[in-house]
Design a binder for this molecule. Structure first.
Ligand SMILES: [Zn+2]
Ligand SMILES: [Zn+2]
Ligand SMILES: [Zn+2]
Length: 90
């Protein structure tokens, strides 16, 4: 799926995880709003993007060390690796 030259984290993704529900799991707990949704490709958590007030996907990546997220937005097909700051379409 991934092109040559991408990092090992992205290369390790063979099946892209998709969200079970279109909600940020953390925003839902605190009653906050989000802009776009991302899915952690290590644990499948659905979390909000950096345009959202709480940036839960980025917080999760830093806290958990899970490196790769995918966009959960319909029509968007890309993966992003935090440690390598690398994005790839699939
Ligand atoms: Zn990487
Ligand atoms: Zn959130
Ligand atoms: Zn995770």
């Amino acid at each position: 799926m991934a092109a040559n030259g991408v990092c090992d984290h992205l290369r390790a993704i063979t099946t892209v995880k998709h969200p079970k529900r279109y909600v940020c799991e953390e925003c839902e707990k605190i009653g906050s709003d989000w802009v776009h949704l991302r899915i952690c490709q290590s644990c499948g958590a659905t979390l909000c993007c950096n345009d959202s007030p709480n940036k839960h996907a980025t917080q999760h990546a830093h806290k958990s060390g899970h490196p790769v997220i995918a966009s959960a937005e319909r029509g968007e097909r890309w993966l992003y690796c935090y440690p390598d700051d690398e994005i790839v379409e699939y």
